[in-house]
Design a protein around this ligand. Structure first.
Ligand code: AMP
Length: 215
């Protein structure tokens, strides 16, 4: 299974990717997570990326493509993978197609998780992530039992810098203008599957499994 997850920021791509890999153990490759790790490590790449991320803009394609290529060449990707947050524009999608054609491993599906625009803002401003294990919560919809503390590992929860309101508006704008056209791009290739991303996490996961043929 080699899939791309599409959907606006806050659509729940990361949450669904985590559920898929619990059932079907393949790597989840989140370019956002890879970039945040580079920022955390203080590398040159991380420093360059941070200035774009803090503004809610896309990091330059040259940076992201190099990172994805390196990751897809690792051995664990031979059994498949979920690309989460990549590609984000047509140029990245075309570059991905070229990369995969050279490996003779085309994508098996592009899964779009669709959420009405009005719901996304609340989801994003309420989002909190565990510093230790990455588990996600939402102060409106999915509160941890104890404020600011992860139910799973007891780690401290934080709000991502780019989940602040101004940056969120910019990220949603960037999604509409640059990433949403990929729905058509994969539709034309005949590999697009769409599911509604509203409802409980488990209900959505049921639809995701049906769309991807996961038992
Ligand atoms: P995410 O966690 O996927 O919402 O990504 C957070 C931020 O990382 C985005 O707002 C972008 O600044 C950057 N980013 C993540 N993936 C990409 C990508 N494929 N291309 C360019 N920038 C990206």
């Amino acid at each position: 299974m080699r899939i791309v997850l599409l959907g606006a920021p806050g659509a729940g791509k990361g949450t669904q990717a985590k559920k898929i890999i619990e059932k079907y153990p393949i790597p989840q490759i989140s370019t956002g997570d890879l970039l945040r790790a580079a920022v955390g490590a203080g590398s040159a790449l991380g420093k360059e990326a941070k200035s774009y991320m803090d503004k809610g803009e896309l990091v330059p394609d040259s940076v992201v493509l190099g990172m994805v290529k390196e990751r897809l060449n690792q051995d664990d990707c031979k059994k498949g993978y979920i690309l989460d947050g990549f590609p984000r524009n047509t140029k990245q999608a075309e570059a991905l197609d070229t990369m995969l054609a050279s490996l003779s491993l085309p994508l098996t599906a592009a899964l779009s998780v669709d959420v009405p625009f009005e719901d996304l803002m609340k989801r994003l401003t309420g989002r909190r992530t565990c510093k230790a294990c990455g588990q996600m919560y939402n102060v409106f919809f999915n509160r941890p039992a104890k404020d600011n503390t992860c139910d799973k590992c007891g780690g401290e929860l934080f709000q991502r810098d780019d989940d602040k309101e101004d940056t969120i508006r910019k990220r949603l704008e960037v999604y509409n203008s640059q990433t949403a056209p990929l729905i058509d791009y994969y539709g034309k290739k005949g590999i697009l599957k769409s599911v509604s991303g509203t409802g409980s996490i488990d209900d959505i996961f049921g639809k995701v499994c049906a769309a991807l043929g996961i038992k």
